[in-house]
Write a protein that binds this ligand. Structure first.
Ligand code: HAM
Length: 439
């Protein structure tokens, strides 16, 4: 029979690598809770219109990357509906915010999520069709303080703390303000005007973008086009007074808390809902991401709730590409030790079939005391028990006929190359930790 393989652009995450994923998620949860965020879980598929309206009809995501299908009605009471696997999670969070009338609490809502997203992109290192995001959103009615520049700075400070805590080296915060919903059309008009006479000298992709979505030209990495792109007007010159002042206050708060940033007027991001502050954190070349060097991205979306038919509820958020964060940590080798240290506390080795039952009882007892235990089998030869135990655990507990009778067990500690005899009552204590304290 032919073997069935995973679908292109998807990944199997296996132990011990998943241990690193667990560490990252635990660190994120711990940081989020210190900053007052609670977890939200929204559905993995939603009404297609949700993404069309929020992410934007003309974006790459909506025009070519979504997994969309017509969900047939199964009964007369149901209607057929176009559904889409979520390509991102901000739209779902804002939909839930509106649906559950969270605005009426009058309080700032701070929510985080960890979960898979789906985009039909061309797969390459750091870019997958199913990928994971760790994200957070802060939103609420204007009187909750959701619009304050302090929210932007606090979120960015939280991200810098999280990346530092995880040991990501050389991260760089790229920051921009793309202005309000009224600044942007003025800027796009100026861009179109500036692009018209030079368009023909750009590559084919950029020529197309100049017509369909001129902001995307600024994102272009095509080296031959850079000289021309650098002559285009800068969004900074099109911000109204309010957006300028807002951005100034974001920068002041970042300076005060010592978060380093680089202003990048070309950072416009690929989703339509953004207003004012936009940002990305990148990592240096050689951090395992190849050309996909954006570890995370985010920004403000002050009009999104209204675009989705909800109340005025400004907000800001981000999403970390978890796959990319893991690749970076692996490349930067910070976490290698954590993985190789990931051994169980003990391997219990019954010396014969007759000791299997006693070994299981002992394993249960030790696991109940919080120890991580793997259980061998009385059928194993002694050498096989030794080899398996050495691979999996810090120590081996030998359960032979004498041990069962006397309730005194022989422990072999591999790293120390020592052996000792320990009474059952003291066993748990002497198996804890990776360093031997011989009894
Ligand atoms: P985004 O920039 O589209 O923003 O995605 C955020 C991050 O997800 C990227 O920086 C990248 O690390 C990761 N990512 C995106 N696509 C892929 C892929 N195909 N494979 C692997 N990783 C990927 C958003 O999604 C916004 N919802 C972020 C946000 C939240 N803005 C406000 N709140």
């Amino acid at each position: 029979m032919a073997v069935i393989f995973k679908v292109r652009g998807t990944r199997d995450l296996l132990p011990p690598e998943t241990y690193l994923w667990n560490i990252v998620e635990q660190a994120a949860r711990s940081v989020f809770s210190r900053y007052g965020f609670g977890e939200i879980r929204t559905p993995i598929f939603e009404d297609t219109q949700l993404f069309a309206r929020s992410v934007g009809e003309d974006t790459d995501i909506v025009t070519k990357e979504m997994y969309t299908w017509e969900d047939r009605a199964r009964a007369e009471s149901e209607r057929a509906q176009s559904l889409t696997l979520r390509p991102e999670n901000t739209a779902g969070v804002v939909r839930a915010f509106i649906e559950h009338k969270l605005n009426e609490t009058g309080m700032l809502q701070k929510m985080f999520y960890i979960g898979p997203q789906f985009r039909r992109e061309r797969p390459q290192r750091g870019r997958y069709r199913q990928f994971w995001q760790i994200g957070a959103e802060v939103l609420g009615p204007p009187w909750s303080g959701a619009e304050s520049p302090l929210r932007d700075a606090e979120l960015l400070e939280m991200l810098s703390s999280l990346l530092n805590e995880l040991g990501v080296r050389g991260w760089r915060l790229e920051l921009n303000s793309i202005g309000s919903a009224t600044d942007r059309p003025r800027y796009i008009a100026a861009l179109r005007e500036a692009l018209a006479p030079i368009k023909s000298r750009l590559c084919e992709d950029n020529r197309r973008r100049a017509d369909t979505n001129p902001l995307r030209v600024l994102d272009s990495k095509v080296s031959e086009d850079q000289v021309l792109i650098n002559t285009l007007p800068s969004i900074a010159d099109f911000l109204d007074e309010e957006s300028t002042e807002h951005f100034k206050q974001v920068l002041e708060a970042l300076d005060a808390s010592g978060v380093p940033y680089h202003l990048n007027p070309r950072l416009v991001r690929g989703l339509d809902y953004y207003t004012r502050t936009t940002f990305e954190f990148t990592v240096p070349d050689g951090s395992g991401l190849g050309t996909q060097n954006a570890l995370l991205g985010g920004g403000r979306y002050d009009g999104l709730s209204e675009i989705l038919g909800g109340p005025k509820a400004p907000g800001i958020g981000f999403a970390i590409g978890e796959d990319r964060l893991i690749l970076t940590l692996q490349a930067q080798a910070e976490m290698d030790n954590a993985i190789s240290d990931r051994k169980l506390d003990a391997f219990i080795a019954p010396m014969g079939i007759a000791q299997n039952a006693a070994a299981l009882a002992l394993a249960k007892e030790l696991r109940a005391q919080g120890l991580s235990i793997e259980l061998g089998d009385g059928m194993f030869r002694l050498r096989k028990s030794f080899e398996t135990a050495d691979k999996l655990a810090h120590r081996m507990v030998i359960v032979g006929e004498d041990e069962v009778k006397s309730d005194i067990f022989t422990i072999k500690h591999f790293a120390a190359g020592e052996q000792s005899k320990v009474p059952r009552t003291e066993l748990a204590a002497s198996l804890r930790g990776s360093v031997l304290s011989p009894t």
